[in-house]
Each structure stands twice: as structure tokens, then as C-alpha cells.
Design a protein around this ligand. Structure first.
Ligand SMILES: *[C@@H]1O[C@H](CO)[C@@H](O)[C@H](O)[C@H]1NC(C)=O
Ligand SMILES: *[C@@H]1O[C@H](CO)[C@@H](O)[C@H](O)[C@H]1NC(C)=O
Ligand SMILES: *[C@@H]1O[C@H](CO)[C@@H](O)[C@H](O)[C@H]1NC(C)=O
Ligand SMILES: *[C@@H]1O[C@H](CO)[C@@H](O)[C@H](O)[C@H]1NC(C)=O
Length: 632
């Protein structure tokens, strides 16, 4: 463990050094883009993801008001950016300086302040820390008209360079590790050759002493799978833990800030970013684990009643952990009821776990063997054997659809799915989340919800909205149940790799096509857009389609062929509760966070977040080696 620690710290320092080094040049550029000796009027303190825009008004008799909107803000009201007064004398434009967002394309609309008449409108994608001028002047090419042109004074920095560098370093590390492993295996191979030549007897001795896991691997692992036998207790499936670890590690990274890149943050409203992927995957894999572990517990002869007790206790622990340990911000003062957030990630996991586990427990059936007697409708037995559960899930889903689209919400259109605020041209500012938001505000109260929904920045929503609210929990139960289905496939067809892969493919395609139908492959135009804040059903089908696809890749590589052990994701996957609670609680403690030299630099944030995430992988590895697991 000590050696591993040293190696990982070394890797982390190499990584941070490498991340800091190539950024040197852009950083200087960024420094000079910060105004230093400008007169007061033009002094703009640029933040991350902003560009400097100088608006030159050369018009003699028109005061201008500049309005701004982001390309990503769907059906939004324009916001006043700045006023530029009329030019005092010909050839002496009046200039206003302002910071504009460089994350997405901008739409600028210039209007005459007094007449409210549009002078011009343009779309432009500004770059981070760039320096731009917008020249507004009369031109005479036949007709007299007003021209608005953007001129680049100083080039922007390449914001994505740190991500590229980090990715290349990661890739290099993976290649290095693979190469090392290859060399080691050559060594083994050499030893084996020399021993085989020396005496066949020693070889047999070694093999029998070590058991022969390596031989099973060499045969493609099928013999190992058959060894489970129909009645045998199933082994832990490594691909499930690996998948859970992948989701968890991305979750830690994005929760720590993800280098403050927009694609590592949650979508403002509709849409899908890296950060939106992980929570549903986690729920999905929890569903698979529920099925796998419940089946093995029941096979070991545990009574259903005792299992029910365990389920209740676990859900209770998850929910209390979420409310008491992870949820409150203890820096703001002691825990108090007035402002306590009731919903949350662990709370949702707890409720989802409870519903799905009880549902599976009620209708649990022994896993059929692969005997010939079962052949009759064996191709669908994973679905047919669980028809009561499916019925229940369909019922739940119709409740979600019914409430979402038919619940009358005072002051809002029925079936509203938008973000409120300035969205939908500002017509429904307080309708954020439609029925889902209304139900939470009604049942839990505004003060007990999340106060900073991701739509607050782009859509200027002011009401509280909780992304882990009550209505969305229905769809998280559906997601977990699809995970149960994946687990069922893995157990029902455990000795038939082909059957498993076929089913994963079928589910992935079916769910993918459902999403295509619901969203029309568009961010905002479909009948039910993908939305993490609402956990819309298209979000669930899309993410579970991806999840089945990932299992389709992981199951053969990790469990059947043993080409990859799932390192390093496997370790956090084995200790998920500890890593989740730990990363939340120690978020602002030293090795995970430190004071940045320049807190408006993506590079420094990215370095910090990668180091913190790597530390959690390391911690999980050490705990795994010491056989410490936090199971609840
Ligand atoms: C931006 O460019 C303009 C025109 O070249 C220049 O006058 C101004 O000083 C620059 N601003 C900054 C902050 O570099
Ligand atoms: C523009 O604003 C100035 C003062 O803010 C005002 O004196 C002037 O009349 C305005 N111009 C027009 C065309 O309204
Ligand atoms: C711009 O001018 C308008 C009208 O005079 C005023 O209402 C608004 O507050 C001004 N906006 C800014 C950002 O100065
Ligand atoms: C929205 O809520 C705010 C504060 O809660 C209130 O001031 C405002 O009038 C409301 N707007 C509408 C359109 O109901």
C-alpha cells in the first residue's frame, strides 16, 4: 500500500506539473487580457469563460442599448447588456466595455435606446479572455445603412487545452501501464517456458497449488462461468462493480467542479452533459446489485422477513445519511429545521432502493436453471417471469405521465416542462419544473428545497427547485428497475454469454429508439426532452440505453475474457457509500482543495479536481487492500 501511495502521489504530481507547464503561454495571454491601466469607465474585471467586448458607437444621433442572449437559452428574453451613448463628435466614437460570456454563442441585439428600434442584430462566438470590438457606424454603399462588425483585437486563449493535455496524459498512463503489464506477462511466460522445459512435474504442482484461475482465463472464462452451476451461489460480477466505480469517479470529479467547464457541469435545463450521465448510471447499477445480492441471499436460505428488515434499515440509513451528514452546510451554522433541504441524492437512492428491493422481494422467484426442461419460452423468460413487477412499474410510469401532463398548476400552463425565469419569453417566471416543482413546493415547502437549481444562471429562475424532488423519484425507480432487468439477464443466462450480449443489445436499441421518438433527437423540440432536473422519461430511456451498452462492453471484457480487471474503477466501486459520503464531507479539506493562485483559471481548477479525484481512487484502493468496506 505504501508503494502504491508513493506511485500515485508521483503520478499526481507529474500530472499537475504537466498541466501547469504547457499552460504557461496562454496564461500570460490571459493576464494581459485583464484590464490593468484602463480608465475607470472601461475597467472590466473579466471572469472565467468571459471575453472583453468594447462597443464603439460612431453614430452621432443615436444612443444605443445592447441586448444579449445566449444561443443555448431556449426561447429566452433578451437581457440588457450595456448602454452606449451617442458619439459626441464625428471620428470620436463613444466606447463602452463589457464582459460577455464565451461559453456558447452569443446573440447581440442593438436598439436605439429612445425609439426602441432595432439597429442591428448579430450572432458571434466569443473566445475566453479574448478582446473584441464591435464597431457600429454608418456606411454608404449605394444606400445609407448602419453596419455592425466584430473585430478581434486580441486572440482568445484556448480554454480546452488543459482538458486535452489531461486527456493525453491519462492516455499515456494507460498505455504505459498496459505496456508494463505486457512485459510482466512476458516474464511469466518465460518462467513458464523454462519450467515446462525443466520438468512438467513442477508445473503441475504449481498449477494445482494456485488453483488454476489463469487457465480458466486462457480458455475464455466459460468454464469458470459454468462452474457456478445452476444452484451454486453466484460470484460477484466484476463488471457491475467496475461500472459502479466508473459512475462514482465521474460523479466525484464533476461534484468537485470538473475544472469549471460547462460540459462537466449540469445542463441548465434540457440537454445532456457529462455531469448528467452519472447519477442515473449509479441508480441503474444499484438496481442490478439489488437483484444479484438478493438472489444470492435468498439462495443461502435467508428468510424474506429478515431481508425485509434489512431493506428497511438500509433505506433508513441512506436517507438519514443524506439528511444529516451530506446535506447541510455546517459552515453556515448548526443544523436547523427552518432551512433544511429534505430531498437529495442519498435520499433519492434510499427511497428508490426501498421501493425496488421490496418489489423484488415480494415477487422473488428462484432463478431457473439452464436445464432443457425450461426451453419452452426461455427466450423471454427474463421478462415473463417478472410480469407483476413490470405491471407495477408501468403503473408508476403512468402516474408520472399523468401528474406531469395533467396536474393543473395555479398560474402555469398544464403540462409545462420548462425552466421558468426568462425562458418561454418570460411568460411563466415562477413555473420552474411545472408539476414537479409545484408538488415539491406544496408538500415540502420552498425552504426545504434546493435553492440554486442549475437553471438559475442561464434562465434567471428565482424560485427554489429541487432536481431530486418527489415526482422525479418515480423515474429513478424505473431506472433502477431497468438495472434489475440487467441483473436478471446476467443471472438467468449466466452460462450463455451470447444470450446475455444479445439481450443487452436488444435493450440498448429498444430504449435508444424510444428516446429518439420522445426527443426527436433534439435538445428542446421533442415531446419530452431529455432533462436531468425533471428526470424526464426520455432521460431515463437514454441513460439506460447507454448503461446497457456499457454493460455490453464491460461484461465480455471484464468477466468473460478477463482482458481488463476494471482497475482502477473497481476499487471505488467496491466502497461506493464511503467514497460518496467521504468526498462530500471532506470536499473543502486540504488535499482535496487548496487556495488557487488564479481562481479564474480552468487549468488550476482542473488540476485540483483531478488530484482530488485521484486521491479518492487511491483511498478506495488502500481500503480494498486492507479489506475495509463500508456496507450499509
Ligand atoms: C483591447 O483592445 C483594445 C484595442 O486594441 C485596446 O485599446 C485595449 O487596451 C485592449 N484591452 C485590454 C484589456 O487588453
Ligand atoms: C442620448 O442621451 C443623452 C444623455 O443621456 C441625451 O442628451 C440625448 O438627447 C440622447 N439622444 C437621443 C437621440 O435621444
Ligand atoms: C440603459 O438605459 C435604460 C434607459 O435609459 C435604463 O433603463 C437602463 O437601466 C440602462 N441600463 C444600464 C445597464 O445602464
Ligand atoms: C414570482 O415570484 C416572485 C417572488 O416570489 C413574485 O414577486 C412575482 O410577482 C411572481 N411572479 C409571477 C408572475 O407570479
Amino acid at each position: 500500500a505504501g508503494r502504491a501511495l508513493a506511485a500515485l502521489l508521483l503520478a499526481a504530481s507529474v500530472l499537475s506539473a504537466a498541466l501547469l507547464a504547457p499552460g504557461g503561454a496562454p496564461e500570460r495571454g490571459a493576464e494581459s487580457a485583464r484590464p490593468r491601466d484602463l480608465d475607470k469607465k472601461r475597467h472590466v474585471e473579466l471572469k472565467m469563460d468571459q471575453a472583453l467586448l468594447l462597443i464603439h458607437n460612431e453614430l452621432l444621433r443615436t444612443n444605443l442599448t445592447v441586448y444579449w442572449n445566449s444561443e443555448r437559452c431556449y426561447h429566452c428574453l433578451f437581457q440588457v447588456l450595456v448602454n452606449v451613448s451617442q458619439s459626441r463628435r464625428a471620428g470620436e466614437p463613444s466606447i463602452a466595455a463589457v464582459g460577455v460570456s464565451a461559453q456558447h454563442g452569443s446573440i447581440l441585439q442593438l436598439k436605439a435606446t429612445e425609439e426602441e428600434k432595432e439597429v442591428c442584430r448579430l450572432e458571434y462566438k466569443f473566445g475566453e479572455f479574448g478582446n473584441y470590438s464591435l464597431l457600429v457606424k454608418h456606411v454608404q454603399d449605394g444606400v445609407d445603412r448602419i453596419a455592425c462588425d466584430v473585430v478581434v483585437n486580441e486572440d482568445p486563449v484556448d480554454s480546452n487545452l488543459p482538458v486535452t493535455v489531461a486527456f493525453l496524459i491519462g492516455l499515456a498512463l494507460v498505455i504505459a501501464v498496459c505496456f508494463l503489464r505486457f512485459l510482466l506477462s512476458l516474464d511469466d511466460f518465460n518462467n513458464w517456458i523454462s519450467k515446462a522445459i525443466n520438468s512438467r512435474e513442477t508445473d503441475r504442482l504449481i498449477n494445482s497449488e494456485l488453483g488454476s484461475p489463469s487457465r480458466a482465463d486462457a480458455l475464455g472464462g466459460d468454464s469458470q462461468l459454468e462452474a457456478w452451476g445452476p444452484a451454486a451461489v453466484p460470484q460477484r460480477l466484476r463488471c457491475v462493480d467496475t461500472f459502479r466505480g466508473i459512475a462514482l469517479i465521474i460523479m466525484v470529479f464533476v461534484n468537485y467542479g470538473g475544472g469549471k467547464y460547462w460540459y462537466f457541469k449540469h445542463s441548465s435545463w434540457n440537454g445532456l452533459t457529462v455531469a448528467d450521465l452519472v447519477f442515473p448510471w449509479f441508480v441503474f447499477i444499484m438496481g442490478s446489485s439489488i437483484f444479484l445480492s438478493m438472489t444470492s441471499t435468498l439462495q443461502r436460505g435467508c428468510s424474506k422477513f429478515r431481508l425485509l428488515g434489512k431493506i428497511v434499515w438500509r433505506s433508513f440509513l441512506l436517507i438519514s445519511l443524506g439528511i444529516v451528514v451530506v446535506n447541510p452546510n455546517y459552515c453556515l451554522g448548526p443544523l436547523s429545521w427552518d432551512k433544511l433541504r429534505i430531498p437529495g441524492v442519498l435520499q433519492r437512492l434510499g427511497v428508490t432502493y426501498f421501493v425496488v428491493a421490496v418489489l423484488e422481494l415480494l415477487f422473488a422467484k428462484p432463478v431457473p436453471g439452464s436445464g432443457a426442461s425450461e426451453r419452452r419460452c426461455s427466450s423471454l423468460r427474463d421478462i415473463l417471469s417478472s410480469w407483476p413487477q413490470w405491471l407495477f412499474i408501468l403503473l408508476l410510469e403512468s402516474i408520472w405521465l399523468g401528474l406531469t401532463f395533467f396536474l393543473p398548476v395555479p398560474g402555469c400552463p398544464t403540462g409545462y416542462l420548462g425552466p421558468g425565469g426568462i425562458g418561454d419569453l418570460g411568460k411563466y417566471p415562477n413555473c420552474t419544473g411545472g408539476a414537479a416543482g409545484y408538488i415539491d413546493r406544496l408538500l415540502l415547502g420552498e425552504d426545504h428545497l434546493y435553492q440554486h437549481p442549475s437553471s438559475a444562471v442561464l434562465y434567471h429562475t428565482e424560485v427554489a427547485y429541487d432536481p431530486e424532488g418527489i415526482l422525479g423519484t418515480i423515474n429513478s425507480i424505473v431506472m433502477a428497475f431497468l438495472g434489475v432487468q440487467a441483473g436478471r439477464i446476467l443471472l438467468y443466462y449466466k452460462d450463455q454469454t451470447k444470450a446475455i450480449l444479445l439481450r443487452f443489445t436488444a435493450w440498448s436499441c429498444f430504449l435508444g429508439l424510444t428516446s429518439v421518438a420522445l426527443t426527436k433527437v433534439s435538445e428542446n423540440e421533442g415531446s419530452i426532452p431529455i432533462n436531468k432536473n425533471l428526470w424526464s422519461i426520455s432521460y431515463v430511456t437514454t441513460l439506460s440505453s447507454f448503461a446497457f451498452f456499457i454493460l455490453l462492453v464491460l461484461y465480455p471484457t471484464v468477466d468473460v475474457k478477463g482482458l481488463w480487471t476494471g482497475t482502477p474503477f473497481f476499487y471505488p466501486g467496491m466502497n461506493s457509500i464511503l467514497v460518496y459520503v467521504g468526498h462530500e464531507v471532506f470536499e473543502s479539506y486540504f488535499p482535496f482543495q487548496w487556495k488557487l493562485g488564479d481562481d479564474q483559471s480552468h487549468r488550476e481548477h482542473l488540476t485540483q479536481n483531478i488530484v482530488a479525484t485521484a486521491l479518492w481512487v487511491l483511498i478506495a484502493y488502500i481500503l480494498y487492500k486492507k479489506k475495509i468496506f463500508w456496507k450499509i
